[in-house]
Design a protein around this ligand. Sequence first.
Ligand SMILES: [Fe+2]
Length: 280
Amino acid sequence: MTLRADTHPPDMRADYTFDFDPAQYTAQEHATWKFLADRQNPLLRNRACKEYLQALDKLNIVTGAGGIPDIRRVSDMLEKTTKWKIVAVPGLIPGSVFLEHLSKRQFPVTWWIRGEDQIDYLKEPDIFHDLFGHVPLLSNPIFADYMQQFGLGAMKARGLKSTKLITRLYWFTVEFGLIKTEDGLRIFGSGIVSSAKESVYALDSTVPNRIEFDLIRMMRTNYRYDDLQRSYFVIDSFEQLFEQTRPDFTDYYSQVKALPELGESELLPTDRIITRGDGN
Ligand SMILES: [Fe+2]
């Protein structure tokens, strides 16, 4: 059977996973991966944080077997390191199902890869975004625990009608987070490391704000889902991220809901600003 994007495989389980056979990738699809990975790999060497880069190498994600890596191999390696697994899914899955996977230390990876017409911009995540962008940091013990903690917290947020607020935490950390290092700011967000344009823009552009991590402030902030970000939040370390998001969020949600929402490029007098954007 040959699968194409947006089709649901007949053997898909209730949790949207299925046993994907990577033998069905075409030479063109492998070439697309190689193009994207070979472009990002050198670009990220002095831009992404060392934890991401070391994992990218250790898991052999750039070259795989000459193209798209076999997620079963990567999953086995990950399981031995942090007890996370990769599961194949057919595309975007319902939020509740996604969170349940995270809570069980399972990361859903979409099997399909973008076509040439979408090489630089995608509306929905493909395997390059999911596997190249998200999976490496799951081999970092603290980040791995953070992702599970997020999954559990976000499941709880649904009952508290606060999904929008905790989704912003995911957006500004897991997808678009920056981190301080002794070499300066570095990228760890998956949405950035999987984008050639944003890998440069996030660190070098004078347009966006770069603001120190502040959980309540972050959960008030709107974001762009279809363009380069206007504000990035910067963590000190993965330990800080894990520790500051460890408490129960119920009170935090009440605080955030009592405050006005903030625009994507808005700054507050109380912000600890690292760089003030000039594009606002
Ligand atoms: Fe993502």
